[in-house]
Design a protein around this ligand. Sequence first.
Ligand SMILES: [Zn+2]
Length: 102
Amino acid sequence: MKKKIEILFSNLCCSQCKSGFDENSIDIKREEAGLTVTHLECRRCGKKFGIAFIGFSGLEVKEPLEVQEGPEPINYDDVIDAHRFIRELDEHWQEHLPKNIF
Ligand SMILES: [Zn+2]
């Protein structure tokens, strides 16, 4: 699973130092069926990118559904909120993505 997440972030780079992300940049906080919650941090300059909720369909990687800055640690309510958020997504879900991150 972590390998897939690494691939997902592999075409992104740190907005601060332009360093790419690798497996060490990704910290999996929670894994559930169809949803993985990860914390992303630049290993070079230490910039934190907050929590990312990533939805998976089967073994296929979709797109990061939401990236947000947030205090840690996440709690169970956060995961429920993410489930609810993802369930209500429609074909315009990409509009929910923060523009400054991608
Ligand atoms: Zn950086």
